[in-house]
Write a protein of this length. Structure first.
Length: 260
């Protein structure tokens, strides 16, 4: 579930400048269009990004002047132009990591039919850099840019597994082990044992710990000097039934990434 930034009428968070709030509102505004997929009125937009109509109007005026949105005069509704698409495509096309790893990730997806995820640790979370959706009718779905907890996601565990035991123990003491589902490991000793054992065997698994009824298998690899996590995810029953084959295939393709 998305969380909108706080409205301008609420007290500003300590140390958080107005420019940061404006940036968050701008991104939330474009996400609102992506969710609704239709022109929206000023009042609808203000509700969706949780900001006063006056602030939303100023934001729209700025984006209109920059060519990122246009106004349908007949019904006074707003919609983005293709300028953002062109900017995003130019950025994505030249992503230094995805440009080289994408072909291998697509081959992995095509071979197994399950959703393939590429992620990187960013602070106390894992950010999904790429999602290649599976081909099965019932499949796991996520979006690039999604942030997942380290302790409950397969790639998150893979990232934790790169730490020494001493560093890992200190990190787990600081992390808020918030339960994502009833299966999430929230006991620090149990989680520590799970990660250490997984590190020794060379892969990391979650069984409904981040999303109910979803199983994921992840590995960590060094690619162009960066530690990345690669995972396959899908319905628990199908993943469990084909675990050995899925694991062998994931490791084989993951090892190819280290030769890039």
């Amino acid at each position: 579930m998305k969380q909108n930034p706080k409205s301008a009428g609420e007290p500003m968070e300590r140390g958080k400048p107005e420019s940061v709030k404006t940036a968050a509102r701008t991104l939330s505004l474009f996400e609102a269009f992506a969710d609704d997929q239709t022109p929206l009125s000023l009042s609808d937009l203000a509700k969706r990004i949780d900001t006063p109509v006056s602030s939303c109007h100023a934001l729209i005026k700025t984006l209109q002047a920059l060519g990122y949105v246009y106004v349908l005069e007949q019904k006074k509704r707003v919609y983005p132009t293709k300028r953002l698409l062109q900017v995003a495509q130019a950025i994505a096309t030249h992503d230094p990591l995805l440009e080289s790893v994408a072909p291998i990730l697509h081959e992995l997806r095509d071979e197994l039919g399950e959703t393939v995820i590429l992620g990187k640790r960013q602070g106390n979370a894992v950010v999904y850099l790429e999602i290649i959706e599976g081909t099965h009718t019932v499949r796991y779905a996520a979006r690039p840019g999604d942030a997942k907890p380290l302790h409950s996601s397969a790639i998150g565990k893979a990232m934790l597994g790169q730490e020494t035991d001493q560093t890992l123990q200190a990190l787990l003491e600081r992390l808020p082990l918030t339960p994502a589902t009833h299966r999430t490991l929230t006991d620090r000793h149990q989680l520590m044992d799970n990660i250490v054992e997984s590190r020794h065997r060379g892969y990391f698994i979650t069984r409904g710990e981040n999303v109910d009824d979803v199983m994921a298998i992840a590995i960590a690899r060094q690619v162009h000097g960066e530690t990345l996590g690669v995972a396959i995810a899908g319905p628990m029953e199908r993943m469990s039934r084909q675990l050995e084959h899925y694991l062998d295939t994931l490791i084989r393709h993951g090892d190819r990434l280290t030769t890039l």
